[in-house]
Design a protein around this ligand. Structure first.
Ligand SMILES: Cc1cc2nc3c(=O)[nH]c(=O)nc-3n(C[C@H](O)[C@H](O)[C@H](O)COP(=O)(O)OP(=O)(O)OC[C@H]3O[C@@H](n4cnc5c(N)ncnc54)[C@H](O)[C@@H]3O)c2cc1C
Length: 436
C-alpha cells in the first residue's frame, strides 16, 4: 500500500458515477484521468440525435424516479428543468381499453405483508406463499409488472425486501423527465470536469488495473498504460469481472454474480402523426402509459408533449423470445405488437413510420444489460464492494448504491459522490491530516 497521498486518481468509466466522482475529486484538489471505453461520456445515458425523433429522445434512461436528491440538485446547478409526467394510464386487454388506475388491484394486503416480513425471500416465493389464489390474479400481474418490467428483474432472484424498500409507503413516487434529456445533464457534468482540469481519454477500454511499487497502473486494450495513485472502477456490473484487478478487488468483483442485473429492449417508433389518440374507440389524447397483455407489455407517449413517438419497453423473462432478433427484426416485432394492441393494420403503421430504433442493451459491449436489481445477496455484496481495497482501488456505480432506488441515474450519481468521499477519507487516514 502506498504511504503517500494520491494526487492522481484514475477513473475507469465516464458514466454518471464516474463523472460525479471525478468532479468531487477535482474539487478536493486531486488530479483525475478518466479512461472511457466509448467515444462519448454518459454510458447508459444515451441521448439519440434530435433529428431522429424530433426531440432529445433517450435510448437509455428517461425518467427521474421519486425524490432523487442528487439528480435534482445537479439539475438545479445546471439550470435544467424537470417536466412532470402527466396524462392517463390505460390497459388494453383483448382489444378492450380501460383506465389502469380505475382497475388496479387493492395493494394494501401486499403492503401489509411486505411490512411484516421478518426475513427476506424472493418475490416469486412471496407470490407463491401469499398470493397464489385466483382472487389475486390482478395483484400478481401488477407485482410481476413491477418486478420484471420496471426493475428488469427475475422474480425468482429479486428480493422481497428490495420490493418493499422501493414500493411501500410511496408507490413509485413522482416521475419526471429532464427537459432536454439526461444527455444535457451529462454534458454539464463533463464540462465541469473538463473545466476543473480532468483529462478525459475516450475510446479506450481498460483491461487491467495493476498495483506496483509506484502506485496503480491502468493497462488499456491498445497497450497504452496510465499511472496513478488510486483507481475507481465505475463500470457496469457485468464488465467488472472482465477487468483484471489486484487482489482482493478481483475476488470481490467475482462475487457480483450474486447481484441482479437485468436486460431491457427499448423501442422508439416515430410516426407521421399521433394516430393512437382515437385508438380502441376511446379518447386517448392524454395517454401516458399503455399496458398490454401482448408481446410488448408497456408503451408510453411523450404526453404532455405532442411528439408522435411511442416508446415500447420489453424486459424480464419475455425478453428471451427476441434475443436472436437484429434491430430491423425487433422494429418489425414492435410494430406488429403495437398493431395488435390497437387492432389496426400493421401495413398502415409501417407506412406512417418516420424513424425507429430498437436497442437491446444486452448487445451493448460496454453495458451488457440494462441495470441492476436487488437480490437476496445484494446488500451483503454491496457492503463488501463499497469498502476500500488497500485504500487505492475502489468500486463505484449504480449497482453499489445502498438506497432504495438501485439501477437508476440517482443511484449512479450518489454512488460516485460517495466513492470519491470514501477515497478522500481513506487516503487522508493513510497520509495523516496535515496536507490536502
Ligand atoms: C434502457 C434503460 C433505461 C433506463 N431507464 C432509467 C430511468 O428511466 N431512470 C433512471 O434513473 N435510470 C434508468 N436506467 C438506469 C441508468 O441508466 C443507470 O443506472 C445509470 O446510467 C448507470 O450509471 P453508471 O455510471 O453506474 O454506469 P454507466 O452509465 O454504464 O457508466 C459506466 C461506463 O463505463 C464504461 N466502461 C465499461 N467497461 C469499460 C472498460 N473496460 N474500460 C473503460 N470504460 C469502460 C462504459 O462505456 C460506461 O460509459 C436505465 C438504463 C437503461 C439501459
Amino acid at each position: 500500500m502506498s504511504s503517500t497521498r494520491p494526487d492522481h486518481v484514475l477513473i475507469v468509466g465516464a458514466g454518471a458515477a464516474g463523472l460525479m466522482a471525478c468532479r468531487e475529486l477535482l474539487r478536493a484538489g486531486k488530479r483525475v484521468t478518466i479512461l472511457e471505453a466509448r467515444h462519448r461520456c454518459g454510458g447508459r445515458i444515451y441521448p439519440l440525435p434530435t433529428s431522429e425523433f424530433g426531440y432529445a429522445a433517450e435510448g437509455g434512461p428517461e425518467f427521474i424516479h421519486g425524490e432523487a436528491p442528487q439528480t435534482r440538485s445537479l439539475l438545479r446547478e445546471a439550470g435544467l428543468k424537470i417536466s412532470p409526467i402527466e396524462g392517463v394510464r390505460w390497459n388494453v386487454r383483448d382489444g378492450i381499453f380501460s383506465k389502469a388506475d380505475a382497475t388496479g388491484p387493492d395493494t394494501d394486503g401486499l403492503f401489509q405483508i411486505l411490512s411484516e416480513l421478518e426475513s427476506d425471500l424472493s418475490v416469486l416465493e412471496l407470490i407463491e406463499r401469499h398470493f397464489s389464489g385466483k382472487q389475486h390474479d390482478e395483484l400478481r400481474r401488477v407485482i410481476l409488472r413491477m418486478v420484471e418490467g420496471y426493475d428488469a428483474a427475475d422474480p425468482a432472484r429479486a428480493s422481497a425486501f428490495g420490493l418493499r424498500d422501493e414500493w411501500v409507503g410511496r408507490g413509485l413516487g413522482n416521475h419526471g423527465r429532464v427537459v432536454g434529456g439526461y444527455g444535457a445533464l451529462i454534458e454539464f457534468l463533463a464540462s465541469q470536469c473538463r473545466g476543473l482540469g480532468a483529462s478525459m481519454q475516450l475510446g479506450l477500454p481498460v483491461k487491467a488495473i495493476e498495483r506496483n511499487a509506484g502506485g496503480i497502473t491502468a493497462r488499456c486494450i491498445d497497450g497504452r498504460t496510465y499511472k496513478g495513485d488510486a483507481a475507481i472502477i465505475a463500470v457496469p456490473l457485468p464488465l467488472l469481472s472482465a477487468i483484471e484487478l489486484p487482489r482482493p478487488a478481483q475476488q470481490k468483483a467475482a462475487m457480483t454474480t450474486g447481484m441482479g442485473f437485468g436486460n431491457v429492449v427499448k423501442f422508439l417508433l416515430r410516426f407521421t402523426a399521433r394516430w393512437w389518440v382515437t385508438g380502441g374507440g376511446k379518447d386517448l389524447t392524454d395517454l401516458s402509459f399503455l399496458f398490454t397483455d401482448l408481446a410488448i407489455p408497456t408503451w408510453w407517449t411523450q404526453y404532455p408533449s405532442e411528439y408522435p413517438v411511442l416508446t415500447g419497453w420489453l424486459s424480464g423473462s419475455r425478453i428471451q423470445t427476441v434475443m436472436h432478433l437484429d434491430e430491423t427484426k425487433l422494429v418489425e416485432f414492435a410494430v406488429s405488437s403495437l398493431a395488435k394492441a390497437f387492432e389496426v393494420a400493421e401495413a398502415d403503421l409501417k407506412r406512417n413510420l418516420v424513424s425507429a430504433r430498437a436497442i437491446n442493451w444486452a448487445n451493448d459491449p460496454f453495458a451488457q444489460g440494462a441495470y441492476s436489481y436487488v437480490t437476496l445477496e445484494t446488500r451483503k455484496i454491496q457492503s463488501l464492494l463499497r469498502g476500500s481495497n488497500g485504500d487505492d482501488v475502489f468500486f463505484s456505480g449504480e449497482a453499489l448504491y445502498q438506497g432504495r432506488d438501485v439501477g437508476t441515474v440517482e443511484a449512479a450519481l450518489a454512488s460516485g459522490l460517495e466513492t470519491a468521499r470514501s477515497l478522500l477519507a481513506a487516503r487522508q487516514r493513510v497520509a495523516g491530516p496535515t496536507r490536502m
